[in-house]
Design a protein around this ligand. Structure first.
Ligand code: TXA
Ligand code: MG
Length: 324
């Protein structure tokens, strides 16, 4: 059974466990991560095993600063600009591996690139304490909801890991935005906690969305983030027996007969909606309903990431095996 330890008391123990090749669940500003030493192949394998994740799915490597980042990967000028503006924060950059990069090849699933992110807070302090980068996917078993609290990690993985570091509710609530710069083009591999609009304004250039992300963002298997209940999107009327995941101040027709209801953001704010998304879905799921109806969420700001996760939660559950 996992020990749950508040972040202020956990630095020593977490570093010691990671140093022994164990995996540890920890808070980041985006979501909770399942961390292992990114230079230790057995620790990385343990991450995959703990999640039950297909091993072709590469992991994000977390660093504590630019010195560590540049020892792992090569930065083109645009990526360097992005890092200097948005790190630490909810942005991941896919970059070519540096010569002699100590990141274990299993992390990148054999690709010649590595996905890097510099987090805030406890995770950054832990990396500094360990002196090595940590690989950390979201701390859920494969295909299940992404956890934004220590309690959610405990329910899913508590029996399989030794330590969960509790840093309270993850403030951003959805995973980092993943970008890849290639030949001067900035490609959005995954919408996330930093909105594409904000990036476009900062860079003064377009971020290219891709309809089909293929193996380059294999974490984006279609049926992902699945609660136990079925998910019905863009609901404008509520059917008998459904739970309602609401958005904004006005309700869908028949909302009063919903078995349970939670609002992603009463005031219609996509940032607040992202922060609440996974914990609200998990809470409605616990009510035991067969279907969660979801009101429409606009695409602006973090709405793009929220809709992306909702679409995956609603996808047929066998689609994960079929999607690239
Ligand atoms: O916010 C986050 O990013 C969280 C926290 C814990 O940091 N982490 C996270 O990691 O979401 P994970 O492993 O669940 O997502 C990794 C994503 C996948 O979509 C994967 O395909 C992509 O990163 N990725 C990793 N390495 C890649 C690479 N070399 N090329 C393209 N995509 C890559
Ligand atoms: Mg995940």
């Amino acid at each position: 059974m996992a020990r749950i330890v508040p972040a202020i008391d956990a630095l020593e123990e977490a570093a010691e466990r990671l140093g022994r090749g164990e995996v540890v669940a920890l808070p980041t500003e985006t979501v909770y991560g399942l961390a292992g030493d990114a230079t230790d192949g057995e620790a990385v394998a343990r991450i995959f095993a703990t999640k039950g994740r297909p091993s072709f799915n590469p992991l994000i490597v977390h660093v504590d600063g630019m010195a560590m980042a540049q020892s792992l990967a090569r930065f083109d000028p645009i990526s360097l600009d992005l890092a200097s503006r948005f790190w630490p924060g909810p942005l991941t950059l896919v970059l070519p591996l540096a010569e002699g990069s100590p990141v274990h090849p299993l992390v990148s699933a054999g690709l010649q690139t590595v996905a890097l992110r510099m987090p805030h807070g406890f995770a950054a302090a832990l990396i500094t304490r360990l002196g090595r980068p940590i690989a950390a996917p979201s701390a859920n078993s494969s295909g299940r909801l992404t956890p934004t609290t220590a309690a959610a990690v405990e329910v899913d993985l508590g029996a399989r890991i030794g330590l969960i570091v509790d840093g309270g509710q993850a403030p951003v609530g959805v995973e980092s935005t993943i970008l890849k710069v290639e030949g001067g083009r900035v490609r959005l591999l995954r919408p996330g906690g930093l909105s594409a609009e904000v990036i476009e304004v900062a860079l003064g250039r377009k971020v290219e969305r891709e309809a089909h992300q293929g193996i380059e963002a294999p974490g984006m298997m279609l049926s992902h983030y699945a609660p136990g209940a079925a998910v019905r999107l863009n609901a404008t009327e509520i059917r008998d027996g459904e739970a309602l995941l609401a958005f904004g101040p006005s309700r869908a027709t028949g909302a009063d007969k919903a078995v349970a209801m939670l609002n992603l953001s009463e005031r219609g704010d996509t940032i607040e909606a992202a922060a609440n998304l996974f914990s609200h879905m998990a809470a409605l799921d616990r009510s035991g309903v067969a279907t969660i109806a979801v009101e429409p969420v606009p695409m602006h700001g973090l709405g793009e990431a929220v809709n992306d996760r909702l679409m995956r939660a609603a996808a047929p559950r066998d689609a994960g095996a079929l999607a690239p």
